[in-house]
Structures are given as structure tokens and as C-alpha cells.
Design a protein around this ligand. Structure first.
Ligand SMILES: [Zn+2]
Length: 301
């Protein structure tokens, strides 16, 4: 059992927003390599209309493939009821719903107000979904490229509504606006409101504060983190947003602190090679992969 739990979201958040497309077989090779590195949860795709996001057209195939990997929890994103039904049918272990705390982002991203989206998720929760975990992810929780400031009260309110019928709730800095003080404040307020249902932090590294924000969330008691190999990712509806926190750097930070992630760093670098071979034109980021592990580095026990 590791001290923190890392969900690799690159195959979804990264590839959905990459300029280049990764072939289905290359995605499978990458996901298998991530599993070999010890990643125990992978968000493998999203059930959105293929005409809107062609890069996600093979998600059902990818979900079925990933289910065959030992010990991997397979996550898929669904923006609505139809997407949820497709995710359950394909066999996803967990479905995550993005629910914007920003009114403007919500209309742009899912063409629903935040409250309409909450009701859409509630309808999904009421459908039979044996063994499928539901995550409500409060997105643009720290600011929005369209609306600007997002009231913290609104984040707490949306999280509380989602906690009524979701198994877990995540808080997302979709566009990389957060700072560590804000992270502490918002995670504390949401935990006070919904307790242990608050699970994951989904952080973007747009302004270089991804790791600082992850550490702030860790110190507030968060033990589940989304991250993306090579920092792939962003949001097509949020101009200016770049990738997630870099998985390799997040693993290094925690392991060097003595906080175990369950991830083998050398194998993680092998997975990074599989990624760059599969989508060679796409830029990848990360400090530790470039600099290498420090001399005498020891992973957490
Ligand atoms: Zn994201």
C-alpha cells in the first residue's frame, strides 16, 4: 500500500488536448508501460462525441484493453448521460464527470449551467451501474480563463451537491490559476463540508505552480493526485491552459520526501520513452526526466 495514490490522466487530459494524434496501438503500448511502472489508476479516455474530439474516438477500445491489465483501475471521463452509458457499457471501473464551478466555462464546455450539469450527474447516478465508481470533479475551481475569478462559496456548494450522490469528489485547477494558499483554503473548506468524500486534486502546471500546489494539497490531507506523463494536456475550451502536473516530477517529489507512490522511477522513464515514440512530434516536459535522479537517491520504502 503506497502513501499517496497517483492517477495518470495523460491518455485522456493529455492526448485530448495534444496537437497530434496518437494511434490506438501506441496508446495501448503506453498504457501497458504505465501499468508496468506501478501506476494503479489510469484515466484512459473520454466518451465525448468523436466529431468533437476525434482523438478520443477509440476510448471504448482502450477501456476494454486497459481492463485486461492486472491491478489497474480504469477511469473514463463522461460529460453527460450518453457518455456515462457508453463508459459503463465499455467496462470502465470509474467514471469522472467534469462539473465547472465557473458558469461561463460550464456553458462553453458542456453547454449546461453548473446546476444543470449537477442534475445530469444525478441522473447518471440513478441509473444502474454495478461496481462502477462515480467521481464528481469540480473543475475551474480556482479561476477560469473565460470568467476570471470563481467564488469559493460556489466551489463548496457544487462539491456539496455532488457529494450527495457521487462516491468521491475531486477538485480541479483546470486552467492552472491556483496558488498554494488558495489550495489550502479551498481544500480545507470542501473537506469541512463533505469530509472523506473529498478525494483527488487535479492540478495543472500552467504557471509552474503545479508541484507547489500538490504539496499544499498533500499538507491539507489529500492523498490522491491526478498527473500527466510529460505534462501533456490542457483544456481546448480554456485558452492558455497547458498540461497537468508532470507525473515524473510528482513521483520524484513524493519519493524523495519518503512518501511512497508505488511507482518505479526507472520503469516510469521507460513508459516516457514509449510515449515519445508513440507521439514523437508532441512536446513533453518534466525536470527530473531531463536532469536524472540525484546521486544517492533512494525511493521511499
Ligand atoms: Zn485537466
Amino acid at each position: 500500500m503506497s502513501d499517496v495514490h497517483i492517477c495518470e490522466v495523460g491518455p485522456r487530459d493529455g492526448l485530448q488536448n495534444a496537437k497530434h494524434t496518437m494511434a490506438t496501438e501506441a496508446k495501448k503500448a503506453w498504457i501497458a508501460a504505465l501499468a508496468r511502472a506501478g501506476i494503479r489508476e489510469i484515466e484512459v479516455g473520454s466518451f465525448v462525441p468523436p466529431r468533437l474530439i476525434p482523438a478520443m474516438a477509440d476510448t471504448a477500445d482502450i477501456v476494454r484493453f486497459a481492463r485486461g491489465l492486472d491491478g489497474v483501475k480504469v477511469v473514463a471521463l463522461a460529460p453527460n448521460l450518453k457518455g456515462f452509458q457508453r463508459a459503463v457499457e465499455a467496462g470502465a471501473h470509474k467514471v469522472t464527470f467534469p462539473v465547472s464551478a465557473s458558469h461561463a466555462h460550464s456553458l462553453s464546455n458542456v453547454r449546461m449551467t453548473p446546476d444543470e450539469m449537477v442534475e445530469e450527474v444525478r441522473r447518471c447516478a440513478q441509473l444502474p451501474h454495478p461496481g462502477v465508481e462515480l467521481e464528481g470533479a469540480v473543475s475551474t475551481a480556482f479561476g477560469c480563463t473565460i470568467q476570471g475569478a470563481v467564488p469559493e462559496d460556489e466551489v463548496v456548494r457544487i462539491a456539496s451537491r455532488l457529494a450527495e450522490f457521487c462516491d468521491v469528489v475531486a477538485i480541479a485547477d483546470t486552467v492552472g490559476y491556483a496558488n498554494p494558499a488558495q489550495i489550502r483554503r479551498v481544500f480545507r473548506r470542501v473537506r469541512d463540508a463533505i469530509g472523506a468524500k473529498l478525494e483527488a486534486a487535479h492540478l495543472h502546471n500552467t504557471r509552474g505552480l503545479g508541484l507547489a500546489n500538490a504539496l499544499a494539497a498533500y499538507e491539507e490531507g489529500v492523498r490522491h493526485f491526478d498527473s500527466s506523463m510529460g505534462g501533456l494536456g490542457g483544456c481546448p475550451f480554456a485558452p492558455g491552459a497547458s498540461g497537468n502536473v508532470v507525473t515524473e516530477d510528482l513521483v520524484f517529489m513524493f519519493e524523495s520526501m519518503g512518501v511512497s507512490t508505488g511507482v518505479d522511477f526507472d520503469r516510469l522513464l521507460e513508459a516516457r520513452e514509449v510515449l515519445t515514440r508513440g507521439i514523437p512530434e508532441e512536446p513533453v516536459y518534466g525536470h527530473t526526466p531531463m536532469a536524472g535522479l540525484p546521486k544517492g537517491f533512494r525511493a521511499a520504502a
